[in-house]
Design a protein around this ligand. Structure first.
Ligand SMILES: Nc1ncnc2c1ncn2[C@@H]1O[C@H](COP(=O)(O)OP(=O)(O)OP(=O)(O)O)[C@@H](O)[C@H]1O
Length: 233
């Protein structure tokens, strides 16, 4: 079921200003969408409304994915610091209806997807911030969730590693996962199929990126996004 927002308003302080003052948005199943916009425009707030962490002040949000089936990627990784990379990913698949060997294969697949093979047995508190970010992404995608909500998932990553992570996210999308990514990085936005811009409390831009494809080496083909607003897709 698509995620739909109708006339969504939100304010943190009942006596304060609206942070969002009428957002209408439909996110079809399996879409990979970037939320962009100036700092403070409400991107994280909107993500938290979609995920049900916040409730709208007015308007309607329909998201039929059960909270336990959604996966989050936060700006700051929330991992079991003293546990290994493998263990941190493994706990994400414990409740999946798969055999033991399927679960183990999936964990190894995710470790490979985010290129952490050499660190699989290392406690995550001995990894760099960017490596921890990759563990968090592997953990979020491991259970093949229907919906992933990611807040600046590549914020600590260099260009090459950003490409690796985006490939893993795109592979999830190709399997049908809906992905919403808050980002400041127009390179990341361009790897999503749709870019929604938030500004002044509402959606000021909404466009498809034009079927960009990109291989794992970072080479790109297809239309480059330019951050401009081309109106409704
Ligand atoms: N818990 C909170 N209580 C009160 N105001 C908040 C709270 N969280 C965010 N805000 C305010 O809401 C507005 C939108 O914040 P939000 O974090 O959603 O923006 P953003 O677009 O994600 O910003 P950034 O790109 O800088 O991360 C900002 O003005 C911020 O100060």
């Amino acid at each position: 079921m698509p995620v739909t927002l109708e006339s969504v308003r939100f304010r943190y302080d009942p006596h304060g200003p609206d942070i969002l003052s009428g957002v209408d948005l439909t996110i079809p199943d399996g879409q990979m969408i970037a939320l962009v916009g100036p700092s403070g425009s409400g991107k994280t707030t909107l993500l938290q409304l979609i995920g049900g962490i916040l409730k709208p002040t007015a308007g309607t949000i329909r998201n039929t994915t059960a909270p336990g089936d959604m996966r989050w990627v936060f700006q700051t990784p929330t991992l079991l610091a003293r546990q290994s990379v493998r263990h941190n990913i493994d706990i994400a698949v414990v409740s999946c209806p798969w055999s033991r060997s399927e679960r183990a294969d999936r964990v190894e697949e995710m470790i490979r997807d985010v290129r952490l093979e050499d660190f699989a047995d290392m406690p995550v508190n001995r990894l760099s911030g960017g490596q921890q970010q990759r563990v968090q992404i592997a953990r979020a995608l491991a259970s093949k969730p229907p919906l992933v909500l990611a807040d600046e998932p590549t914020g600590q990553l260099d260009h090459t590693t950003t490409g690796v992570v985006m490939d893993a996210i795109r592979a999830a999308r190709d399997r049908g996962t809906t992905v919403v990514i808050v980002t400041h990085d127009m390179y990341v936005a361009g790897l999503c199929e749709r870019v929604v811009t938030l500004e002044d409390g509402g959606v000021s831009g909404d466009r498809m990126t034009g079927g960009m494809t990109r291989d794992v080496t970072g080479n790109m083909a297809g239309e480059q996004t330019d951050g401009a607003d081309h109106g409704q897709a």
